[in-house]
Design a protein around this ligand. Structure first.
Ligand code: ADP
Ligand code: MG
Length: 381
């Protein structure tokens, strides 16, 4: 068990890093963050902040000499850096799991080798792979996705025919990609789960996720799905965590196809945006569970404090007309605002979120809608 006052390392100081650091410090740990961006949200809350690239050997040396364990807030951290740290201190989640998850081709191959259903796809590693006989008409329209470094719908191009696919692959300079069929979705759901060192697993209630332009917009909890889908999603998430020998918080995003089939979309090796509701609506949040898992404290039991919760992301465009009108939101005691402290409100940038708690799902959804509308109403800004 890692005791309070010990140092925990964190790669990445965005909003997820900030929320992790706050929880870790609340328990009594010291948190050292490495992030190349001087303006990162976690800067103000880190016990020690190192502004450096994730590959900076000197920074990694300092981290490994002072910290007892390290985690990451995002999947795109260079594998070599995790390997360097993993040779010296405890890394949670383990570097091999991150290596698979950060590469869509490896991730999809991992899912297939575990007998799990995904959307039909073809891996394209080089231009010659465009000749593959696996690229059939049935895959169109489809999405060409960069195998590495995509997030929030970035690094994806929709194509309707082979000629477009070729052009799109060329526009990515032939970087490794997966090409997958665009499936008609009934809904999207996700499961956040934590697995401890002793193999114990605890999952959070399923979230139903609505995306806009490839970016998560709203998470509704509990997700409205059939009991069999619910059970299957949890079972698959447990299987993935087991198979990766995972310690920490993991999130699995699923598609429910129009025919009701459950398909694994992707995995996140960290607390997830669709789990932000756990901050306000659960007995213990996903960030505290990450601290508990990496410090080998017993995982805390999870239950909802409120029968229904709706989380809405606040993207940069809400600031188009200046500071949003917070008055209605702040006057609603069942609505919780979280602003990440980012200086520049760019389009599509996650600036914050709010979570509505209610006794009934339809009331939570309606309140979330009206709060969102109120943010752009004129008045006190
Ligand atoms: P990211 O890493 O950017 O989250 P995703 O692969 O999860 O990338 O894609 C973002 C969103 O785009 C998904 O949540 C879903 O709404 C939509 N999407 C992605 N792939 C497909 C697909 N094959 N069929 C239908 N919708 C898709
Ligand atoms: Mg996604």
């Amino acid at each position: 068990m890692i005791l309070p006052n010990s140092w925990l390392g964190l790669l990445g100081g965005g909003q997820l890093g900030k929320m992790f650091a706050i929880k870790a410090q609340q328990i009594g740990y010291k948190v050292m963050v490495i992030d190349p961006n001087e303006d990162s949200p976690a800067k103000g809350v880190a016990t020690e902040w190192i502004c450096a690239d994730y590959t900076d050997k000197a920074a990694l040396e300092i981290m490994s000499s002072k910290c007892v364990a390290v985690t990451t807030e995002f999947e795109n951290v260079p594998f070599e850096s995790l390997e360097f740290l993993g040779d010296r201190i405890f890394v949670s989640p383990n570097q091999q799991a991150v290596r698979i998850i950060q590469d869509r081709i490896l991730e999809k191959e991992f899912l297939v080798s575990n007998g799990l259903n995904t959307v039909p796809f073809v891996s394209l590693r080089k231009f010659d792979d465009l000749k593959s006989t696996l690229i059939t008409d049935s895959l169109f329209p489809g999405l060409l996705k960069l195998s590495r470094f995509g997030y929030d719908g970035k690094g994806q191009i929709r194509v309707t025919e082979y000629k477009e696919l070729k052009k799109a692959f060329e526009s990515f300079d032939g970087k490794a990609c997966v090409f997958e069929k665009e499936v008609k979705l009934r809904k999207e759901i996700s499961v956040v789960l934590v697995r401890g060192k002793n193999g114990k697993k605890i999952n959070y209630p399923l979230a139903e996720n609505k995306h806009q332009n490839g970016i998560l917009d709203t998470s509704i909890v509990p997700a409205k799905v059939e009991e069999s889908t619910h059970q299957e999603a949890i079972k698959i998430t447990e299987q993935i965590a087991e198979s990766l020998n995972y310690i920490g918080v993991i999130c699995v995003e699923f598609f429910v196809s129009n025919s009701g089939e459950l398909l694994v979309n992707e995995i996140a090796p960290r607390p997830h945006n669709s789990g932000h509701y756990t901050l306000d609506a659960c007995s213990v949040c996903q960030f505290e569970q990450q601290v508990r898992a990496m410090c080998n404290l017993p995982l805390a039991p999870v239950f909802l404090n409120s029968p229904a919760a709706v989380m809405v992301n606040l993207l940069g465009e809400i600031w188009n007309e200046g500071e949003p009108n917070w008055s209605v939101l702040l006057n609603s005691p069942s609505v919780n605002l979280h602003l990440y402290g980012k200086k520049e409100a760019r389009k599509g940038r996650k600036m914050g979120h709010f979570t509505v708690l209610a006794d009934q799902l339809d009331i939570a959804v309606a309140t979330a809608k009206s709060i969102r509308r109120s943010l752009s109403e004129s008045g006190v800004r």
